[in-house]
Design a binder for this molecule. Structure first.
Ligand SMILES: C[S@@+](CC[C@H](N)C(=O)[O-])C[C@H]1O[C@@H](n2cnc3c(N)ncnc32)[C@H](O)[C@@H]1O
Length: 257
């Protein structure tokens, strides 16, 4: 691939990303390379974009979904482990949480930060046994996963009957005013602040790219339909500012299957 994503502000970036998305194999390679290159900025950029509230919000959503001491969690697309860290806080047991990600550089940071088991694998092909966990979680990665049906089918396979999938994601608000505010903050200010704090133009690029994926992301009702199509029941989505979405769905208990 050319290095379009290395050129801040290049209008062709969006088109090239779209082209990669057309092919799941290329998309995965693109994602892995992107997150490998930007892993060292990820936590800092995340702190900037969430104005420091990211850990609180992740913990709030997990607690609301029932993550507590005694349950097990598989955190897909765990990245540097920001969501997994909150799962460890709530379960109070690092052995109860497993992190999975395709990017080795993101996993290397998670390994430094957290004492949990980590596996390099894709959401679409999980190297875990059927019926082996109470929760599957995925934070801010729906936009990056090439095949949602395959990823949700895999999540359903590894969940215990009655277990739950919890997804956190952002998408551009439909309301024009909220959308303009989000575009100004996430699309313009955050990339500049990220470059300033990280002292590297690639941090700005990462955030510009993220805003493009947020803009083009499929709406919550479509995500919920895919969850239902894949066999999840009690599917819900709680949205905040029409920007942050907290999805949950349950694997049917044995008698429903
Ligand atoms: C935006 S980060 C999210 C990290 C973390 N979940 C959080 O809450 O901050 C997205 C992560 O998804 C991973 N990823 C993207 N596509 C993936 C796939 N198909 N399978 C597994 N991981 C994937 C990337 O490598 C990256 O670490």
């Amino acid at each position: 691939m050319s290095n379009a994503e290395d050129r801040p502000g290049d209008a062709r970036t969006q088109l090239e990303v779209a082209a990669y998305y057309a092919d799941p194999v290329q998309r995965l390679a693109f994602m892995r390379a992107l997150f490998n290159r930007s892993a060292r900025y990820y936590d800092l950029v995340n702190l900037v974009v969430s104005l420091g509230s990211g850990a609180w919000y992740r913990r709030f959503c997990l607690r609301r979904s029932g993550v507590r001491p005694g349950v097990t969690v598989v955190d897909i697309a765990t990245g540097t482990g920001l969501l997994a860290r909150e799962a460890v806080t709530l379960t109070r047991d690092p052995a109860a949480v497993i992190g999975i990600d395709v990017s080795e550089a993101m996993l290397a940071i998670a390994q430094r930060n957290l004492g949990i088991a980590l596996i390099q694998a894709t959401a679409e092909a999980l190297p875990l046994a059927p019926n082996s966990t109470d929760f599957v979680t995925m934070g801010y990665a729906l936009r990056h996963v090439a095949d949602l049906h395959a990823a949700f089918a895999e999540a359903l396979r590894i969940l215990h009957p009655g277990g739950a999938m919890v997804l956190l994601e952002v998408s551009a608000p439909r309301n024009k005013i909220l959308r303009a505010v989000a575009a100004g903050f996430i699309g313009k200010l955050v990339p500049r602040l990220s470059q300033f704090f990280a002292r590297d133009a690639k941090a700005r690029l990462l955030m510009q790219y993220h805003w493009q994926t947020i803009l083009s992301y499929i709406p919550p009702d479509v995500v919920m339909n895919v969850m239902k199509d894949c066999g999840f029941e009690n599917v819900t989505c709680k949205s905040y500012l029409d920007l942050f979405h907290h999805y949950t769905g349950k694997k049917p208990p044995v008698e429903h299957q």
